[in-house]
Design a protein around this ligand. Structure first.
Ligand code: UFG
Length: 321
């Protein structure tokens, strides 16, 4: 039995592959548009190709005995999705439909889907649970919510099960120090701050200081990428063992940190001082996003192992290397 990881050369996908190969045979499908081949663990079989390529999927599903698909392959920049919605609906929705059609055709019935806090939009609560109303405010969040809804429809009529995992802010690097967070161009707060502290850019921009938060900057819930990886494996094993099916879970630490607090922690861990520029708000940023992950904790025993210091320390170790 093997697991197909779509998007296994990306940040979260590659960290999950690194955990999976300890126990499972893994096939990675990635077109390398945003991922990097060197992030893929050498124990996995790598197929370079598009998610929406039926012939490649036919080949994978007939060559390997695939028991489940972990689907990380997506575009995930909120701002870009506002400017280029068709890219997001084509890559995140249409291509995923081809994957789902091929799974149904080949009788592959377990699916773990990378979803996002962006499905909630601007929540009307300080602590977001899975019951909080979804109301995405950008095409990225809508593209993810559309697939969530399609999965529920499929599970109604086909021999098909899914787990949707709504990530909050993924961060940190693998404890081996071999892989970490890298995007091109980089837009995420923690890597930008660490790159600046390493002298790779002149200053950091803080986007917005007039939010209704204690220090005026946005609050996010940062979760270590290895904690996310473990949640995928627990979800798969829960489904394969008949314990759960057709579930949606939040994945966060349950603690919010402001942009200023993140910069402060990065300075403490690195022992270096940042040059900060206060800039206008970035379009589409909600003031605060903090997750309750009680549901997955209660149902699957998942609890994050890494707090903010451990997350930033691991990222600093990798970036410094
Ligand atoms: N920020 C800055 N300066 C920077 C970069 C970011 O002030 O140079 C701020 C942002 O405005 C935001 C916070 O830092 O307030 C975190 O920003 P990130 O870009 O690191 O992360 P986001 O919260 O925007 O996005 C993440 C995921 C998305 C997902 C979203 C869900 O990367 O894929 O969470 O809310 F959609």
């Amino acid at each position: 039995m093997a697991i197909l990881v779509c998007g296994g050369a990306g940040y979260i996908g590659s960290h999950t592959v690194k955990e999976l190969v300890n126990t499972y045979e893994v096939v990675v499908l990635d077109n390398l548009t945003t991922g990097f081949e060197q992030l893929i663990d050498p124990k996995a079989t790598f197929v370079k190709g598009d998610l929406g390529d039926s012939a490649i999927l036919d080949d994978i599903f007939t060559t390997h005995d695939i028991d489940a698909v972990f689907h990380f392959a997506a575009n995930s920049l909120v701002g870009e999705s506002v400017g280029n919605p068709l890219k997001y609906y084509r890559n995140n929705v249409s291509a995923t439909l081809v994957l789902l059609e091929k799974m149904i055709e080949h009788g592959v019935k377990r699916f773990i889907f990378s979803s996002t806090a962006a499905t909630y939009g601007i929540p009307d609560t300080d602590m977001i649970t899975e019951e909080t109303k979804t109301n995405p405010i950008n095409p990225y969040g809508r593209s993810k919510l559309m697939i969530e809804q399609i999965l529920a429809d499929l599970a109604n009529v086909h021999d098909f099960q899914y787990v949707v995992l709504r990530y909050f802010n993924a961060a940190g690097a693998h404890e081996s120090g071999e892989i970490g967070e890298s995007h091109d161009p980089e837009s995420h707060l923690i890597p930008i701050v660490l790159q600046h502290l390493l002298g790779q850019c002149d200053k950091i921009s803080v986007f917005g200081t007039d939010y209704e938060t204690a220090d005026g900057t946005c609050i996010r819930d940062y979760i270590h990428v290895t904690d996310l990886a473990r949640a995928h494996i627990l979800s798969y094993e829960g489904m394969a063992g008949g314990k759960i099916a057709n579930k949606t879970y939040n994945l966060g630490n349950g603690a919010g940190y402001s942009v200023k607090e993140i910069i402060e922690t990065c300075q403490q861990i690195s022992g270096k001082k940042a040059t900060i520029e206060y800039a206008p708000r970035r379009a589409g940023d909600p003031a605060a996003l903090v997750a309750s992950s009680d549901k997955i904790s209660g149902e699957l025993g998942w609890n994050p192992a890494f707090d903010l210091n451990a997350i930033i320390s691991s990222a600093w170790a990798w970036h410094s290397k």
